[in-house]
Design a protein around this ligand. Structure first.
Ligand code: C2G
Length: 131
């Protein structure tokens, strides 16, 4: 069984995220998502999530492409995750191009093109316009 792992905040979940997860799953048979916790988002990414970790986790678990959701608590956990779950491929959007090449020692590393026209920032901006 080929295992794939990816990481992210996934808030507000949108079709760009789903297209990433769909392509990630197509690289193997089992997809693990390291979902950034509320604390990690706030402390490390300066992101305040709209949905809580619990709510974001349940949304991802409802997707046909996702087999397991684990918490992402730190930038440093990727190597131990890859080893613990015997991951074959690490995948993430190309906004991170090159940033995780250190994982090549442990697994295949794939950067996939982002879906350019959609982002949470864009959604919030558009919704703000409807006021
Ligand atoms: N993504 C995408 N297209 C978009 C928006 C996001 O393909 N329009 C991808 C990103 O490239 C990423 C995934 O969807 O692979 C999740 O995006 P975010 O929630 O923004 O993840 P990020 O904050 O970049 O966290 O340790 C890695 C980090 O946790 C990644």
């Amino acid at each position: 069984m080929r295992k794939v792992i990816t990481y992210g905040t996934y808030d507000l979940l949108h079709y760009g995220h789903v297209k990433l997860l769909e392509r990630a799953k197509a690289l193997g048979d089992y997809l693990i998502v390291g979902l950034s916790t509320d604390e990690f988002n706030w402390n490390e990414k300066n992101k305040k999530c709209y949905f809580s970790y619990k709510e974001r986790k349940s949304l991802l678990e409802a997707l046909r492409y996702v087999d397991l959701v684990i918490p992402e608590n730190s930038w440093e956990q990727k190597i131990s995750d890859v080893k613990e779950f015997k991951v074959d491929t690490f995948v993430i959007g190309d906004d991170w191009e090159g940033k995780f090449d250190f994982l090549k020692e442990y697994c295949e590393v794939v950067y996939l093109p982002r879906t350019p026209e959609i982002s949470t920032t864009q959604i919030k901006r558009d919704l703000g316009k409807d006021k």
